[in-house]
Write a new protein. Sequence first.
Length: 362
Amino acid sequence: MRPETHQRLARNIRKPLTAPPRIARPVKAWSVAVPRERGEEIRRRLLDEGVLLNHLRIVEAGGLLFLPTRERLEIGFPVEEREFNEGFVPIRSYKDVVAVPEALRRSLPTAFDVIGDIAVIKIPEELRPYRDDIGRAILRWNTKIRVAVEDRGVKGDRRIRSIELIAGERRTATVHTEHGLRYRVDLASAYFSPRLASERKRIADLVHAGEVVADPFAGVGPYAILIATRRRPEVVHASDANPAAVALLRANVAANHANLVATHEGDARQVLRQIAPVDRVILDLPHTAFDFLEDAFRAIHDRGEVHVYRILERAEEGEAIERIRRIARRSGHRAKDVRIHRVRAYSPTQHHVGFDVTVDRG
């Protein structure tokens, strides 16, 4: 990769829904020519069918209105390919330029993730026939985004997103910047979420000088590298069972000069046994992290801290705390303190919850 390309990718972080200044220019498009008195009727019909290019200005000539369309349409009116001017309406969101039926506009996602220069969007089932249009609208809204992919959910033991390219360059790799550090990410082979940037900073700020830290679900390394470069640990053991993630992790450790990170590949339980004792463990695997909690407690020295995550209803938090205490006792530790931190909303009723657990061998 050329240096200027790398620098361009590294500057691409999640942006607010604003757009750069727009310059009107002629655009060639198909159109239907309708009598002026039927203009609003046909315009709404085309808009509902998702075929009206509503970012282009309608042309009036010879008593006819020329309505710009995505393709050549045969609907009983003359068709003509001609030039149109872009309107000067400011684009506040990709929704301002996407062509979907009016009845479905309320289903358009309000937000999506931007990882490097790749937009990652979850599309409701009723909008899937228009996913390519949605992808193109995102790229048009923000020219710094070069790729749009549909997120079909995280699948498998290795937490890999099921994604499909819907617009832009045909790639899934990018460079993402977070807290001044740059991470090579390939969405098709290793999981990464920009939504946890604040949580990663919160955990890093808790690390004391000289600690031995374990990050057994390290992915591409955002927890481990941040801790190693911003705090003063003795070492951060970063590991993952996914070989593709470990390859990216090692590349990111080198690129960010994170010399205090020791990388490992393998099962979390096995790695924790090999590197014990440690002072702090990060179990960033919210759907199954409790399955590894006893192994994390056993890896802790006489005293230490474990950060474990879970997707929970608020009513389930009390039972989760009791379960944590039971697992700690089973491992030979005592949970002296269990603190809850709600990381983010996960669904209308569930939260991504972090438990900061201080244990000792009392």
